[in-house]
Design a protein. Sequence first.
Length: 259
Amino acid sequence: MEEYGKNPKLSYNQYLKVEELTKLQETLSDPTSHDELLFIIIHQTYELWFKQVLHEIDATINWLGEGRKFRVNHSLKAATSIERIMVSQIHILESMAQIGFLEFRDKLNPASGFQSMQFRELEFVSGCKDRKILDFFEFDDFAHGRLKKRFESPTLGDAFWALLEREGFEVNDRAGRMESIVKILERPEAHPELFIMQDLLVEHDEQIALWRGHHVLMVERMLGMKRGTGGSEGAGYLRTTLSKKFFPEIWEARTYLEI
């Protein structure tokens, strides 16, 4: 038996490509601002979380198509668990001194978080499709190609309602969808996996809404009402996104639930 750690065929650093990973944080400020490394690492970490959440949602859509309700709920639980971390992670940025952030912020122009392709993919696949956002990415062939595919593909909601239809629920219009959710809410024990599923979809919606809310408060705390680096209204623009919902019928159905 080989001695542990001696001439390993595969090492931790090799498997996770740690050497390459730690070289990906290239600062732009000169001299380098102390807080710029933190800013880059937080946002690179977000992009990795977005990748994993998209992986889970894509799997969820496949499980929904196959009627594998347990696997659907398993992947949704993974996605929402990550999203809870995403919400709390935003506050690490608040450890930066405001003046420290300003030392390198102008170097980011015209880059902006608005340009996060994967977050836009997450919105599209969850049901918030916006042609204006798709058109915004026309300058970037790679991003536009991925977003166009998401824009033209069925959403998580489409797959969920299709499953309910196969399960015998009426989902042809908004009223039918809400009535179907009310039926599931009225008797959780009759449809336990569907009850958990609709609740996890609401949680996915809620966690992204919380992320938006915490994000706008973080921006206001750091920058007040300064314009965004990409030319947006900064916190003002972010506030316009707070009312977005991926699954409005599931939320509204709660209004009509009675004893």
